[in-house]
Design a protein around this ligand. Sequence first.
Ligand SMILES: [Fe+2]
Ligand SMILES: [Fe+2]
Length: 135
Amino acid sequence: MAFIDWSSKNRVGITEVDNQHKKLFDLLNSLHQATVNGEEQSALGRILDELVDYTVYHFETEEKLFLEYGYPGYEDHKEVHDDLTRQAVELQEEFREGSVTISFDLLDFLNDWLVTHTTGLDQEMAMFFKGKKID
Ligand SMILES: [Fe+2]
Ligand SMILES: [Fe+2]
């Protein structure tokens, strides 16, 4: 069993968004596996960078859809994205400075926010987009 499993409760029904969520889950699984394998922090840092960059790209994708379709939850959802981005960038900086290492606690924290966000606010978004032709 993978560290984080994508399942139907994570599905939002927008192909592009679902594929991006899967990719985020894959990246977190890679980071977990590399940590279990005891890889160097520099190798872990590269995966962390990829995860953070892809998260930012993913949030932009959702926010573009919100604006395009006039999603009423735009402001609130964007605020959460901005907050998560701030945390992720902070983490990246702390990692670069050497004040933080990739630990299982940190992996649990990333797991938790990915699951919470994809099963929470992203599902509210899914309800709004249901029945709209996006793909
Ligand atoms: Fe998302
Ligand atoms: Fe989101």
